[in-house]
Each structure stands twice: as C-alpha cells, then as structure tokens.
Design a protein around this ligand. Structure first.
Ligand code: ZN
Length: 136
C-alpha cells in the first residue's frame, strides 16, 4: 500500500469512539457509491460515518450523523451553483468561501462543516446567488 492509501485514525464526534474503515457496502448494502467509509465503531447504534476521497483512504471530513450528512449534501448543492452558473470558477468559489469565513485551505471543505457552518455558508451562497438573479 502506498503512503496515501493508509487509513487515518479519527474519532466519532458524537460518542467519542474510534472510527473504523469499512467497505461502503457495510452501510449502503447494494447501492454502494463510494469505495470506503469511516464508520463509528458503535454503528448502527451510533449512525455516524463519512466517505473517502475517490481512490484514497483520506476521509472527506469529520464523521456525521444522518441530519448533518443531509445538510452537507444540501449545502454542497447550493455552493456548487456558484461555479456551475459561472459566477466564479470552482477554484474562485472556494477562495471566496475561505475569505468569507477566514478558513484555511484545509478547513474550507463542506465535509468538515458542522451544523452552524452549513447554515452560514448556505446563507452567504443564497445572498450571492440572488445578487446574480439565480434562484435557489
Ligand atoms: Zn459514534
């Protein structure tokens, strides 16, 4: 295994137990879209996990429960409208996000965001989109 394919050690933010690397089929059964997930070792009692970046074992962010997972997906959809509608380039949109919230490059990932940051980013994105007359 190459260095970038080494699992990392992360903890579940809800119950504090270590996350374990599992094939995505462990959670998603037949319709596994991602190769691997970091799943709370107390799953399914603690319904908390996060996917990896394609082709790596690098988690996309912190473990999230069902509500936060849905919220991150929704936030990403709104954020992606900025560059999909060519208000900015994709890179420019991430740069705007970092500036707006004073985030480092490592922090500026929706996968790292909790509830509060998802709300804040959605609000900022909605304002930007409506200033450009793009419906949310
Ligand atoms: Zn947990």
């Amino acid at each position: 295994m190459k260095a970038k394919h080494k699992p990392v050690s992360i903890k579940c933010p809800y119950c504090g137990r270590p996350a374990v690397l599992r094939p995505a089929s462990y959670v998603h059964k037949e319709k596994a879209l991602e190769e691997y997930l970091y799943v709370c070792s107390n799953y399914p009692e603690c319904n908390s996990y996060v996917g990896v970046y394609p082709g790596t074992l690098k988690p996309k962010g912190t473990l999230a429960n069902g509500d936060l997972r849905n919220k991150r997906i929704h936030t990403h959809k709104i954020f992606d409208r900025i560059w999909k509608n060519k208000i900015m380039s994709r890179q420019g949109a991430y740069c705007w996000m970092r500036d707006r919230f004073g985030l480092s490059t490592a922090q500026a990932h929706i996968g790292q965001f909790g509830d509060y940051m998802c709300d804040e980013l959605m609000n900022e994105c909605r304002t930007l989109l409506s200033n450009h007359h793009i419906a949310c």
